[in-house]
Design a protein around this ligand. Structure first.
Ligand code: AHR
Length: 503
């Protein structure tokens, strides 16, 4: 029997803007995330533009990826950008990820070509671990200086006269771990120097420019407050000579380490456990926000969750260290729950990057040679497009509950928002895999009589899309109906729906 839930949308109440950059993605030199997934080379039989596969580009354009974090991850702190520019490329060993040979055929210029092809923006992570400040500053020169400088001329000689835009700059990656295992104090000293010297020479993105670059410092891992405290304290004590605009949080959905839960064929126990784990994101953001609020009550520094997603066991038969996992309806549901959490913290969380874009961890896209498939997580990104840069609208509801073998979760989740054109939207998640819920929608101060949109659900929580059955989990239309003067929508079990609310 369906349990009735009333969602009251306070349409007139003011809310913060939901930054579109919470829908950012992450593409690391890892496994087949770049080679095979994005880059096939100009000579490939797979349709491509200058070596970048066209099917992947078309799919990514359709979900308007706001930014791409690159080149890592752990890879970034061992990356030497000069290996990946010009005619002659150096082959190196990708020691973090399976010891694969890194041919460096995909480097800075190819990355920016990719970003332009998908109409996105660059989030570059500089090497703070094994690189020097001079190397990072030179890379910035290569990317952002104009052709009066030798750095700009070198870029022009490699085919791109115009300076690139670098709106986001990561000052290292996981410096508490794979990025050099630094004490917070040591990292803070290094961070200040990078913040000062990794200059963006593009006048619009330089400090004081129209769209100044956002420098993202390494921040916390999960619930560990040490980096949050140290970086934010340094920031509040800063003088004129440096600043940062973002603090990174890395938080994966992984109930046990090393990751061992399967990505296919799992049961309801795994489903409940994974959703319970993912919902901890909310508490985690609160924990770090409280520390940030103490040092930065005006919320000038953004919390950027630049690595998140479900981390499962590597699929059997895939190369070790390639972090290849399938993606199920459950993973789409957990993506939606995280978007709703980020939206509710929109005043502080102004960016996030799901890990990772193609073929790695919670991917939007899987490829195998010429074949490509869109995952349930991809479809959730498409459903949530109207949330990009929308305004959060407060909602009230009794979530009810869903219980499985001692794990109790909210039955439903809801988030409302108003898009730039003024349209009102409601995102709904039914976590209960076994029961549909009847959702009564009550909008204060507005005569809303129609709810129309798309819903993503499937036969089972572990339903997935494969190369042979690519549309097994795909969005379908959903609409509400008015009965007894109330707008109601029947929300299937284990589903995500995004609905436009109209008069
Ligand atoms: O996304 C995979 C890895 O997870 C990244 O390289 C690293 O930053 C994190 O530990």
């Amino acid at each position: 029997t369906a349990q009735d839930v009333t969602v009251t949308v306070d349409a007139d109440a003011p809310g913060p803007q939901i930054n579109r950059h919470i829908f950012g993605q992450f593409a690391e030199h890892l496994g087949t995330g770049i080679y095979g997934g994005v880059w096939v080379g100009a000579d490939s039989e797979i349709p491509n533009v200058r070596g970048i596969r066209s099917d992947v580009v078309a799919a990514l354009r359709a979900i308007r990826v706001p930014n791409v974090r690159y080149p890592g991850g752990c890879f970034a702190d061992e990356y030497h950008w000069r290996d990946g520019i010009g005619e002659t490329r150096r082959s190196t060993v990708n020691a973090n990820w399976g010891g694969a040979i890194e041919p460096n055929t995909f480097g800075t210029d190819e990355f920016f070509d990719f970003v332009e092809q998908i109409d996105s923006e660059a989030f570059i992570s500089v090497n703070v671990g094994s690189g020097t400040i001079a190397e990072a500053a030179d890379w910035m020169g290569y990317m952002t200086a104009d052709t009066r400088s030798t750095a700009g001329q070198e870029r022009a000689a490699n085919g791109h006269e115009e300076a690139y835009e670098v709106p986001f700059l990561g000052l290292g990656n996981e410096s508490w771990g794979c990025g050099g295992n630094m004490r917070p104090e040591h990292y803070v000293d290094l961070m200040k120097r990078h913040a000062r010297f990794d200059r963006n020479y593009n006048p619009e993105q330089a400090e004081g420019g129209e769209r100044p670059m956002i420098r993202v410092a390494v921040g916390p891992s999960d619930d560990d407050p040490r980096y949050t405290e140290a970086v934010m304290k340094a920031w509040s004590d800063r003088d004129w000579s440096w600043s940062i605009e973002g603090l990174s949080l890395h938080s994966y959905t992984v109930p046990q380490w090393p990751p061992s839960l399967p990505s296919v064929g799992f049961d309801e126990g795994d489903y409940a456990l994974i959703l319970q784990t993912t919902l901890k994101m909310d508490e985690r953001i609160k924990l770090h926000s409280e520390i940030m609020d103490r040092h930065d009550p005006e919320k000038k520094v953004a919390l950027i969750v630049d690595e998140w997603g479900v981390w499962l066991a590597e699929d059997p038969g895939t190369p070790k260290g390639f972090l290849q996992q399938q993606n199920s309806l459950r993973d789409g549901i957990l993506a939606a729950l995280n978007f709703n959490i980020f939206a509710r913290h929109a005043d502080r969380v102004r960016g996030a990057n799901i890990a990772q874009m193609v073929n790695v961890l919670q991917a939007m896209i899987l490829t195998d040679g010429p074949k490509m498939v869109l995952t349930p997580t991809y479809h959730v990104h498409r459903l949530y497009l109207p949330m990009q840069d929308a305004t959060l609208v407060p909602v009230r509801f009794e979530a009810g509950s869903y219980t499985h073998e001692g794990i109790t979760l909210p039955g439903v989740d809801a988030a409302a928002f108003r898009d730039k054109a003024g349209g009102l939207w409601l995102a709904l998640v039914n976590l209960d895999p076994n029961q549909s819920r009847e959702i009564a929608i009550d909008v204060t101060g507005l005569a809303v009589t129609a709810a129309k949109g798309e819903v993503l659900t499937g036969d089972n929580v572990n339903s997935l899309n494969t190369f042979d059955a690519p549309d097994n989990v795909a969005p379908a239309p959903i609409a509400g109906t008015v009965t007894d003067g109330t707008l109601r929508v029947e929300l299937p079990g284990k589903s995500v729906a995004v609905l436009a609310l109209t008069p």
